[in-house]
Design a protein around this ligand. Sequence first.
Ligand code: HEM
Length: 151
Amino acid sequence: MSEEKTVTVDATAEKTYLTFENVKSHTTQDDLWMVIHGKVYNCTKFIDEHPGGEEVLLDVGGMDATDAFEDVGHSEEARKILDELCIGELDPSEVVSSAKSPSTSDGSKQPPSGGSGFFSYIAIAAGVLAVGYYAYMQSLGGSKSTTGSPI
Ligand code: HEM
């Protein structure tokens, strides 16, 4: 039986798990936390030094800033700084909601069945109409100019 609920995951360092509830109350210039890739960062000391300005950091304070961080295409250097600011991890049960990174490989991407059949039916109908219309116009024009005067 294993009924213990310890959060020790690493052999050397204990991981601190935090919830969004913990994170979302740290949104000010003097106390700014954010979540990036499931980890919690205390960016308070970094606000003044951020090359992208303090405004953008404050915008995502207390929130999941993964998309904002990745959209900018931050360098390796920026990721090293991140490491230093890490104060814990998001509780695994909450990571699910923020782990919805670009899902490109969903596997089954099949067109709705029946769609192509309907399409070809429309195409054939359109073709028949076009030919009919063309023939009709031809007969109108022809009867006027060429075979219009049967004298
Ligand atoms: C604690 C998290 C963050 C760290 C450690 C960080 C660090 C850095 C660093 C080191 C740079 C310089 C360029 C580079 O090395 O990539 C930078 C640039 C920038 N960052 Fe961040 N950043 C963080 C979060 C964010 C967030 C959440 C945004 C939101 C949009 C953001 C927006 C920007 C922008 C726009 C620049 C470009 C500045 C420019 O090139 O003029 N950063 N950041």
